[in-house]
Design a protein around this ligand. Structure first.
Ligand code: NAP
Length: 291
């Protein structure tokens, strides 16, 4: 029995879709959700929907009964995530889960000086709890999603160009759906115990590369301006962007600039059995119709 948390979110839902597409029996899959109303499509596909909340330990122990492999999709409540996810690990152990798989993050700097310390701490604490639990584990060091790029670029990028303080740093961005497919492949095969997989594209790209690709796609020159962190923060503040978003965007930009997400690891390609989706394909999917 496979249980997927975050099953009403993008990655969890896509992983379940790939499990089904690749031939897993719906009755061998449990979707953990907070709100059954958001999971009507999952229930209709024959998957068992169970209600559980990372903030409700008893709900987790009950939902995890009889589960062999548990995919913990990292949550998005940054402030409370360490405790929530350590509780998931403890509940998995208490319920007799055999193997826990976790969607973690790509990084180099694991100290408090990391530009993305704001999200890193809870991932690292969860990885530690998983390893110390004694359960079989698989850690996916997910790189940045291509899917977050449009948020960094802004809604009017084709008119305004790119304003983002990432310098010349390169990142092995990968498509979230490719990550979901790779995770599904791992869930459906054996031999992944006590492994770390680096879920990254085979190509590292800079934001200047994104600007060049967008220029080619749109037929217009899309400029890339990498301001200082101070100017970036001030500009977004004046534009009314909420502070927590500015902090996150600025942190990721600095992480990209420092090369936190640059890697030559090819685990994603190996797990997919094909090249991951490229930047040109992704940008064409998102921007070709807006041109
Ligand atoms: P998402 O769509 O926001 O999904 C997050 C899931 O977590 C949702 O299903 C949400 O449930 C569930 N969740 C949140 N708090 C919970 C709680 N207290 N109890 C139970 N479930 C809870 O995110 P995604 O796009 O699938 O990405 C998966 C994760 O990757 C994110 O949560 C975040 O940790 C991380 N992430 C990575 C990147 C990247 O670039 N690598 C970018 C963004 C996020 P509801 O549907 O009920 O809200």
């Amino acid at each position: 029995m496979i249980l997927v948390t975050g099953a009403t979110g993008n990655l969890g839902k896509a992983t379940i879709d790939f499990l089904l597409k690749k031939g897993a029996a719906p009755e061998s899959i449990i979707a953990l959700v907070r709100d059954a109303a958001k999971a009507a499509d999952l229930a209709a596909s024959g998957v068992t929907v169970k209600i559980g909340d990372y903030n409700d330990y008893a709900s987790l122990v009950a939902a995890f009964a009889g589960v062999d492999k548990l995919l913990l999709v990292s949550g998005n409540d940054i402030e409370n995530r360490s405790k929530q996810q350590i509780d998931v690990v403890n509940a998995a152990k208490e319920a007799g889960v055999k193997h826990i798989l976790y969607t973690s993050f790509e990084r180099k700097n694991e100290t408090a000086t990391s530009p993305i310390a704001i999200i890193a701490g809870s991932h690292l604490a969860t990885e530690k709890a998983i390893i110390e639990s004694g359960l079989k584990y698989t850690l996916f060091r997910n790189n940045l999603y291509f899917d977050v790029l449009p948020m960094f670029l802004g809604e009017h990028v084709l008119e305004t160009g790119i304003f983002f303080p990432a310098g010349d740093g390169k990142t092995a961005f990968a498509l979230r759906n490719d990550m979901a497919e790779a995770i599904a492949n791992v869930l459906l095969s054996e031999g992944h115990e006590d492994k770390n997989y680096y879920i990254s594209n085979t190509e590292n790209i800079s934001i200047a590369d994104v600007a060049a690709a967008l220029s080619e796609l749109s037929g217009k020159t899309i400029a890339y301006n990498s301001p200082s962190q101070e100017v970036y923060t001030e500009t977004l503040t004046n534009a009314g962007v909420p502070t927590e978003y500015i902090q996150l965007f600025a942190g990721f930009a600095e992480g990209i600039k420092q090369g936190e997400f640059a890697t030559d690891k090819t685990d994603l390609e190996a797990l997919l059995g094909r090249k991951p989706t490229s930047i040109n394909t992704f940008l064409a999917q998102v921007y070709a119709s807006k041109n």
